[in-house]
Design a protein around this ligand. Structure first.
Ligand code: CAA
Ligand code: NDP
Length: 293
């Protein structure tokens, strides 16, 4: 039987965290948004307001809905502020040690009956659940980017996830107006098991000089009707996240076909992480994106 969720905690206020806070608040949930820096939290609130305002301008929501949604979101600089949440969704960086540390600290302050979820793109839900005090109330709720636009959410049970937790997560996703795809707990689940090797292959195509950035993106946009070219999409997701997902696939499935492209590694080492750092396969610092290769 599903448990009633009223207050949702979101840990990490990057592009996914602010998107999840946005859709949860619009659906009527009280939201507490947490991040390590106040600056990040301020910028996330401004981003959410910007996206809600665009929805008002497009008449997809009313001005009243925008105001109410914003009023439902509060920010918290520490995890103590999430102690009375019914559901907490972790969406910090795709690094297992960071997530484990967050769960350890969160569980010490969170009410025992609350559900803990991760928006991880690739990491084992069973393994992450084992770093909490409540593996039966732990689940993967994997949103797609950009959250307000994408219809799908993957639900991934760990080995110990109980039926109440699964049913509650499914009901929550339904109330956000999204569709569920259920995935088994294997590296990168369904969407990223398919999407990330395609993106990695596009980077190999660039690395081997088969085509330049513009040619590769145009080929897949015009030749396969993808809404974004694979390199544009990689920049949109974040190259650090893309690399982490490929590493999880490579290590988890022990197959050389998932080897991250050395050029992807180089971009991440340079700190060229895509849109979020203004430089990746494109340079976003000018009026329009300029390919970096
Ligand atoms: C890595 C993972 O773990 C899993 C993943 O998420 S993989 C990534 C999955 N996502 C994709 O593949 C996205 C592919 N791209 C697309 O579908 C489209 O390009 C897109 C929806 C992002 C934008 O569509 P578009 O028609 O080119 O652009 P545009 O008309 O400017 O925007 C369409 C809508 O998206 C919204 N949008 C665009 N970027 C956004 C963002 N970063 N955040 C929130 N909303 C955004 C716009 O506000 C607009 O909404 P309205 O119509 O309500 O105004
Ligand atoms: N990008 C995508 O397309 C998708 C990503 N995901 C997953 O969502 C998660 C977040 O990704 P995304 O939003 O893109 O990443 P971002 O880099 O945009 O945001 C991550 C945020 O988490 C913050 N953070 C880091 N450590 C902590 C911490 N200990 N406590 C609280 N906040 C912290 C970061 O702060 P700071 O920068 O200061 O370190 C940053 O604000 C990842 O697990 C990713 O795999 C899932 C679906 C799609």
């Amino acid at each position: 039987m599903a448990v009633t969720i009223k207050k949702v905690g979101v840990i990490g206020s990057g592009q996914m965290g602010n998107g999840i806070a946005h859709v949860a608040a619009l659906a009527g949930y009280d939201v507490v948004l947490n991040d390590v820096s106040d600056e990040r939290l301020k910028s996330a609130m401004a981003t959410i307001n910007g996206h809600l305002s665009r929805q008002v301008a497009k008449l997809t929501i009313t001005e009243d809905a925008r105001k109410k949604a914003l009023d439902r979101i509060t920010s918290a600089g520490t995890l103590d502020g999430l102690s009375d949440c019914d559901l907490v969704i972790e969406t910090a960086v795709e690094k297992e040690e960071v997530k484990r540390k967050i769960f350890h600290e969160l569980c010490a302050v969170l009410k025992p009956e609350a559900i803990v979820a991760t928006n991880s793109s690739s990491i084992s839900i069973t393994r992450l659940a084992a770093s909490t005090d409540r593996p039966e109330r732990f689940i993967g709720i994997h949103f797609m980017n950009p959250v307000p636009q994408m219809e799908l959410v993957e639900l991934i049970r760990g080995i110990a996830t109980d039926d109440n937790t699964f049913d509650t997560a499914k009901e929550f996703v339904g109330k956000l107006g999204k569709q569920v795809a259920v995935s088994e707990d294997f590296p990168a689940f369904i969407v990223n098991r398919i999407l990330l090797p395609m993106i990695n292959e596009a980077i190999y195509t660039l690395y081997e000089g088969v085509g330049n950035v513009e040619a590769i993106d145009a080929a897949m946009k015009l030749g396969a009707h993808h809404p974004m070219g694979p390199l544009e999409l990689a920049d949109f997701i974040g190259l650090d996240t893309c690399l982490s997902i490929m590493q999880v696939l490579h290590e988890g499935l022990a197959d050389s076909k998932y080897r991250p492209c050395p050029l992807l590694v180089k971009y991440v080492e340079a700190g060229w992480l895509g849109r979020k750092t203004q430089r990746g396969f494109y340079d976003y610092r000018g009026d329009k994106p300029v390919p970096t290769r």
